[in-house]
Design a protein around this ligand. Structure first.
Ligand code: AR6
Ligand code: MG
Length: 301
């Protein structure tokens, strides 16, 4: 069945919120039971999203409202969203950037001084980056450039930035009519510069050969560092047979489940379209993500 580009745009945005909200209640656990998802959606309250979705929304809105990247606007939107709802599950240190921006400190200075000047290598830059692939569609060079720019608003460590570029490139490839896994892996091989991601790309090919989620958990990781989660999400997507199978793999692997499932969900939604998300999997923010996807789609050449 062919999936329209519009449905892929919607699938990418909704896939972030669905993965995030399904992963959130089991963050930190592992080998979640197969019945967990069915139980979650049989309850009357919709599953709630976390910082991954909040920041993806803010990033998309900033690009749309500013007609491109504006670091100050993006940092201000992130900081406002955090101060409106500080309990959305933000990373422990990134909140220092938001509070500095709220106090009037320049966003670049605030981000650069994280971790004594090393910058954050958390997956926060990667978890929110997928809308960049929609904004820049179909310009591959622009996807890479913009992914790095948006990551550096809070994450300046090379691993944090590279994680965002990898996730954006994966989203870009997942949107294409004929998804070409080898082409994506070749892209990643030529763009990865950090020792951390170079080592993890080798682990990814071994994990894909074995097709063993337990091996992926051990060798790709499932923690908040970008190099211990971005390729784990990609692994789930590349071995997933559809949207649901992709998310279930992320839940099985465990650890930072909301973010790994949000990143994997973006890729699965982009590849298989919004129609691939099970109809009962309606989460908080689903409609807003679809509306943002529609606005981004309207701009495509
Ligand atoms: N040195 C030591 N530890 C670090 C460094 C560093 N340079 N960089 C990151 N960490 P943060 P995020 C560790 O706070 O990336 C939420 O659950 C450190 O333990 O920048 O935006 C989200 O949903 C730090 O607290 O946040 C994501 O899953 C942690 O990485 C996740 O948190 C996160 O970095 C990441 O959020
Ligand atoms: Mg989260």
């Amino acid at each position: 069945m062919t999936v329209s580009l519009h449905d892929r745009f919607r699938g990418l945005m909704a896939g972030i919120a669905v993965g995030d909200a399904v992963g959130r209640p089991v963050e930190g656990s592992r080998a979640v039971s197969d019945l967990y998802v069915d139980d979650l959606f049989s309850q009357s309250a919709r599953p709630l999203y976390s910082d991954d979705t909040v920041m993806s929304m803010a990033l998309a809105e900033s690009l749309l409202e500013c007609d491109g990247f504006d670091g100050e606007d993006m940092a201000t939107r992130f900081a406002e969203a955090w101060s409106d709802e500080p309990h959305r599950g933000y990373g422990r240190n990134v909140v220092k950037v938001f509070s500095a921006v709220k106090r009037g400190i320049d966003w670049k200075t605030a981000a650069e001084r994280q971790f004594g000047g090393a910058g954050s290598y958390g997956n926060g830059g990667a978890m929110r980056v997928a809308p960049v692939a929609l904004w820049a569609y179909p310009d591959f060079e622009e996807v890479k450039r913009l992914a790095g720019d948006t990551a550096r608003v809070t994450h300046t460590h090379p691993v944090g930035v590279e994680g965002a570029v990898i996730q954006a490139v994966a989203a870009h490839r997942a949107l294409r009519d004929h998804f070409d896994r080898d082409r994506l892996l070749a892209d990643l091989d030529s763009l990865a510069r950090t020792d951390e991601f170079r080592a993890k790309l080798e682990a990814l090919s071994r994990a894909l050969e074995r097709g063993d989620d337990e091996y992926a958990r051990l060798h790709l990781g499932c923690w908040v560092a970008a190099d211990k989660s971005v390729l784990t999400a990609l692994y789930c997507f590349l071995l997933g047979s559809d949207f649901e199978d992709t998310i279930r793999r992320a839940l099985f692997i465990g650890g930072d489940t909301d973010t790994i499932a949000a990143m994997a969900g973006a890729l699965a939604g982009a590849r298989w379209g919004i129609g691939s998300i099970p109809r009962t999997w309606v989460v908080e923010g689903f409609g807003k993500m679809v509306r943002l996807a529609d606005r981004l789609f309207e701009r495509t050449p």
